[in-house]
Design a protein around this ligand. Sequence first.
Ligand code: MG
Length: 288
Amino acid sequence: MMTRNEIANNIAYKAYIIRKTALDMGYAAGEHGAHFGSTLSIAEIMATLFFGIMHYDPKHTDDPNRDRFVLSKGHGSLALYITLSEAGYIDKEILKTFETKDSILPGHPSLHPELGIEYATGSLGHGLSLGAGAALAAKWDRLSYMTYVLCGDGECNEGSIWEAAMLASKEHLDNLVAIIDCNRMQSDGFVKDICEYGDMAAKWRAFGWNVKEVNGHDPLELYNALGKNNHAAGKPLAIIAHTVKGKGVTLFENNPKTHHYRIKKDEYEAALDELERDEKNRRSNYEG
Ligand SMILES: [Mg+2]
């Protein structure tokens, strides 16, 4: 059995793979560009869910007890595709087709249950309702799976998020977890300049949810917060993950001009160097 430190190390490594592969795929997408910032923001969250928390088997995609995942912020699709590839659902050759004509991997995820993509998302504000439905179905069918929904903080401008939050609380969906990627930015700029939300944790508490706040780039904090111990009976769980949009690549960090971006060759090479250098440092610290 792996120790917590070994699990955290594996999550950090997978997050590095997500970032590095996202750069490769986004660069290959050329003139189409890609949502780099949003993808880099959620690398540790995705890695923690799929390589530390969730129960699934890519060989049995119709297992009724598989945990469900909804990427409500669908523009983070690069992170989803790469994670599902690392998890054994999507062949690496298929990853190379990202955003090409007739590809099954467009900029926003479309429905492909056989690849582990069970929800088409990207039209913002819908994912939590889908997740609440899945969690409610589990209660009705007496199934033990958990449902995880990853939302953006800008996405929480959508009223439908709060309708679903209210329903989940009313239905006592303690098998539902919402993770809010609080990078303080949204597609058109900084949250504070567009629709400031103030205390995100207080809002979810007011809607009757159990709430945990974490550093969304710290694998151990994420792993501990998502662990079973934090699931209060009768209440859904919201994880407020404080993150940096574009995390890990200076060009993208907190840069409103790069929400959707066509990366140039020299920028791509510099970004790869930066990621590789940081991963090397992280590994040597871990190995002591
Ligand atoms: Mg955001």
